[in-house]
Write a protein that binds this ligand. Structure first.
Ligand code: MF3
Ligand code: CO
Length: 251
């Protein structure tokens, strides 16, 4: 297999998918508050996705049982929504969602504060989001993939944080997960050369403590090994000869 270069037509469809997904996240951000369950978020998210005529791509993907991955505090990613999991004031909650629009995918994640949060948690959210933007400074034709990875890691680690290694970003298009894998940490070599028309889901997962994660018995939920807080921020982008275009962002 190799990395697919998308045509203008395909990028147009992914642009639509991304625009819709950005709106899904904007609406879900308004919905997040203390007292709602992670299942409420999943239901609301699925409803919004379908209201745009899209398909929630995570639902039944490799058996994943929901449309939105909802991960609280030390949960890193892939939390499974449940009626009994209630958001509490002071929590941080990451929402990861994917949509399919006319056969093309977009994938994005945000981490939100639930009510008032600690300054430590606030800094984690800011650094995680900023690390994505540090990374995509290098997302340009002619650079190498791991230039992005290295920039994300260097930035996050300068705050003493751990960058998750067991889970990585990915190419995206007709499939949710395509080549190449997009690590958020330094790898030997330079990685593939970036070319205009490559579409990537770049998704730093950052822990206040060490980088290590473990998986719960539900086989999905990744949690930090040391119990520290974790945040996730992801967008689908397209590589160009100049600045990358962030497809899954409206503002
Ligand atoms: N954004 C997630 C990822 O790239 C997608 C979750 S897949 C699911 O890993 F199966 F959990 F839905
Ligand atoms: Co992803």
């Amino acid at each position: 297999m190799s990395i697919s270069i998308k045509s203008e037509r395909e990028i147009g469809l992914m642009r639509e998918a991304g625009k819709i997904l950005a709106q899904v996240h904007d609406e879900l951000e308004q919905f997040v508050r203390p007292g709602i369950s992670t299942k409420d978020i999943d239901k609301k998210g699925e409803e919004i996705i379908r209201s745009f005529g899209c398909i929630p791509s995570f639902l039944n993907y490799n058996g994943y049982p929901a449309s939105i991955c909802v991960s609280i505090n030390d949960e890193v990613v892939h939390g499974i929504p449940a009626k009994k999991r209630i958001l509490q004031e002071g929590d941080i909650v990451s929402l990861d969602a994917g949509v399919i629009y006319n056969g093309y995918h977009s994938d994005a994640a945000r981490t939100h504060a639930v009510g008032e949060i600690s300054s430590e948690a606030k800094q984690l959210l800011d650094v995680t989001k900023n690390s994505f933007f540090e990374g995509i400074k290098y997302a340009k034709e002619g650079n190498h993939l791991y230039d992005i990875s290295k920039a994300i890691q260097n930035y996050a680690e300068s705050f003493g944080y751990g960058v998750v290694r067991k889970l990585v970003g990915h190419g995206i298009g007709k499939n949710l997960h395509e080549e190449p894998q997009v690590p958020n940490f330094k790898m030997p070599g330079r990685g593939t050369k970036l070319l205009a028309g490559m579409t990537l889901a770049i998704e730093p997962m950052i822990n206040i403590g060490t980088h290590d994660v473990k998986f719960l018995s539900d086989k999905w939920t990744a949690v930090t090994a040391d119990g520290s807080l974790s945040a996730h921020y992801e967008n689908t982008i397209v590589i160009t000869k100049g600045e990358p275009e962030i497809l899954s962002l409206t503002r």
